[in-house]
Design a protein around this ligand. Sequence first.
Ligand code: 5GP
Ligand code: ZN
Length: 116
Amino acid sequence: MSGTDPDCLFCKIVAGQIPAEIVSETEHTVAFRDINGQAPTHVLVVPRLHAPDIASLAVVAPDVAASLLLETRRIALEAGHEAYRLVFNTGADAGQSVFHAHGHVLAGRDLSWPPG
Ligand code: 5GP
Ligand code: ZN
């Protein structure tokens, strides 16, 4: 499965057409630092496969969704954080601005609840 969207920012980062500070790459995922980091660790983990949000990804490729989830934990642990926040903004009204599924891994500072 290798669907991409030529107009999608994160597909372009996955393809290396737009530079990013890459943190890790796996068979199914690419992780890179958020350009506008909101915590000492703020990494975006995206599937190589284009899907507009995490639930859509889970429908078409549940194995990819599961491996993305495990990669978020691995990245947090590797950065030294057993506690971290994993955010999937889903839908524009919830703050999603890039419609290629991505998990935000946030850690390294106090994270208040509820989020804004
Ligand atoms: P969303 O708002 O969709 O949940 O998250 C999108 C995230 O992508 C934002 O936190 C934003 O800072 C980040 N972002 C937007 N454009 C770029 C870019 O070109 N490079 C990187 N590394 N991050 C980006
Ligand atoms: Zn995409």
